[in-house]
Design a protein around this ligand. Structure first.
Ligand SMILES: Cc1cc2nc3c(=O)[nH]c(=O)nc-3n(C[C@H](O)[C@H](O)[C@H](O)COP(=O)(O)OP(=O)(O)OC[C@H]3O[C@@H](n4cnc5c(N)ncnc54)[C@H](O)[C@@H]3O)c2cc1C
Ligand SMILES: NC(=O)c1ccc[n+]([C@@H]2O[C@H](COP(=O)([O-])OP(=O)(O)OC[C@H]3O[C@@H](n4cnc5c(N)ncnc54)[C@H](OP(=O)(O)O)[C@@H]3O)[C@@H](O)[C@H]2O)c1
Length: 440
């Protein structure tokens, strides 16, 4: 039996599928609860966090307190501060006065949390989950059983249909940036996508030393301009437990409308990155004399991709405000920074008919458990796969520790959460006459 050969049991209270920040948070919080036997499986050979686009100089977009555990269990040995302390670099970190933590350092922290946790194993791709009395989780090499399953398989790269036939060494998604963007010196390079990924790629390309600097760097975005993330205090309340619960109780149409309206609170570009980009363009053009290095094309959608004479590509662009005008651009290399989509949960196929859906998502309850026709003590929990029901925060690092705590509480049959009321009255209050009635 394969799992015994590698020292694994046959049955667990909880099996996690995927070890990105979401399930790693739960694996860290659950670690001290030895009564809840658990195993977390990931298909990768070892831990990684979007390593293909670990662009030098990039930083995380949230507070370092939004680590795996701190916002629900600040005394945990799996916190970012515990990592810095254990490695003897806490004073160095403090004195470095980072405004935001380097993304590579946050990744290294999560890798450290994996290494400390004997319940995490890599090299196991889950292929199916079925239920008869218990869940049967089958990977490429073994089957284990569990009373509960927690899915955290995250996101996968997305490119527009027009690009798909052309993907290869000279046309690729940003998730392959580190491997495929090395030799771009002297070439015409296009970045498509006006989110943080596109911004970081553009900044990297225009910052390269002369010998490896592209001849031209074109940045295309469908958004009207290169728009910033809104990281201000009241906006950040959207990324709090209180708001997440409020949001979940709204009707579906309102939830979809709010997600569309608030997209830049999640997917806008960090102001620091925008400033660096603008300054770099200024320096290139007016100080270094590279007059035509940069071309900026916001407010346009790439609608067609074809081969141009030689080895180049031709992109056809539709301008959002001048639909009758068609533009085209010739490029040697195209980098698609066109986002990510939820990883399809194909391994749930054997149970498909038993799980309730809401639109294109599985319907979840307050503890992130999928609504189904099975026993209430057996559950499939979903992390980062319910944006439509839980809002934009669902895919973000902000609520990781809180969401994992909710799941853990459900497994333990307790409620440990403590949140005082938000400053904002999100929930309507039935009229009671005089507003003064509410005053202390
Ligand atoms: C470049 C980048 C930077 C980001 N930076 C931030 C940030 O600073 N702040 C922020 O709030 N958000 C950030 N995000 C958004 C979000 O926090 C990340 O996408 C985060 O990685 C999501 O975590 P996750 O655990 O849900 O999924 P993922 O990190 O995608 O992890 C999912 C894991 O599941 C595994 N898996 C998939 N299928 C299977 C299977 N069948 N069997 C076993 N394992 C499987 C995968 O190998 C992977 O390791 C960033 C996103 C990107 C792309
Ligand atoms: N350092 C960091 O912390 C870091 C780094 C990278 C990413 N992230 C996070 O990861 C998440 C994903 O970011 P992302 O930048 O990869 O994706 P994203 O925010 O979804 O941005 C994708 C962009 O591509 C555009 N697009 C899609 N198809 C297009 C087409 N055919 N023509 C022109 N433009 C097109 C989209 O336009 P529309 O908006 O109109 O759809 C959008 O501007 C975000 O939450 C981001 O904050 C964080």
């Amino acid at each position: 039996v394969a799992q015994e050969a590698v020292g694994l049991a046959r049955h667990y209270r909880c099996v996690g599928i995927g070890v990105g920040p979401a399930n790693l948070s739960l694996a860290s919080l659950i670690h001290s609860h030895s009564d809840i036997t658990n195993l977390f499986l990931d298909k990768k050979d070892s831990f990684g966090w979007h390593d293909g686009q670990q662009i030098p100089g990039s930083t995380i977009q949230v507070s370092m307190l939004k680590d795996l555990v701190s916002l629900s269990e600040p005394t945990s040995g799996f916190s970012f501060l515990a990592y810095l302390t254990e490695l003897g670099r806490i004073y160095h970190f403090l004195n470095a006065q980072f405004e935001t933590v380097p993304r590579q350092e946050f990744r290294n922290y999560m890798e450290w949390a994996c290494r400390k946790n004997e319940n995490i194993v890599f090299g196991h791709e889950v292929q199916s989950v079925d239920f008869t009395n218990v869940f049967h989780i089958t990977t490429n090499t073994m089957t284990v059983t569990a009373d509960n399953v927690v899915i955290g398989v995250g996101v996968q790269p997305s490119v527009p249909p027009a690009a798909r036939p052309h993907l290869g060494p000279r046309q690729f998604h940003i998730s392959e940036f580190m491997a495929k963007s090395k030799d771009l010196g002297g070439l015409r390079v296009g970045v498509v996508g006006g989110g943080q990924s596109g911004a970081e790629a553009f900044l990297d390309l225009v910052s390269r030393p002369d010998e490896s600097l592209p001849r031209r760097v074109v940045w295309i975005s469908r958004r009207p301009n290169y728009l910033p993330i809104d990281d201000s205090p009241f906006t950040n309340d959207y990324y709090s437990p209180n708001y997440s619960d409020y949001f979940a109780r709204l009707d579906s149409a309102t939830r979809q409308a709010l997600n569309a309206r608030h997209i830049l609170t999640s997917d806008g570009i960090s102001e620091a990155t925008l400033r660096l980009i603008y300054q770099r363009i200024y320096t290139r053009r007016f100080v270094d004399g590279c007059a035509d290095l940069v071309a900026l094309y916001p407010n346009r959608t790439v609608v067609e991709v074809s081969s141009a004479p030689g080895s180049a590509w031709r992109l056809a662009l539709a301008h959002n405000e001048h639909e009758a005008v068609s533009e085209s651009i010739e490029l040697d290399v195209v980098i698609w920074a066109t986002g990510y989509r939820p990883t399809p949960l194909t391994f749930l196929a054997p149970m498909q008919g038993r799980l309730e859906r809401e639109g294109d998502e599985y319907k979840i309850d307050d503890s992130f458990a999928v609504t189904w026709d099975g026993p209430t003590e057996n559950n499939i929990f979903l992390q980062n796969a319910a944006r439509g029901q839980r809002g934009l925060a669902d895919q973000n690092l902000s609520l990781n520790a809180w969401r994992s705590q909710r799941i853990l509480d459900r497994l333990r049959g307790v409620r440990t959460e403590h949140q005082v009321d938000p400053f904002i009255e999100w929930v309507t209050k039935p009229a009671t006459g005089d507003l003064q009635d509410d005053q202390p």
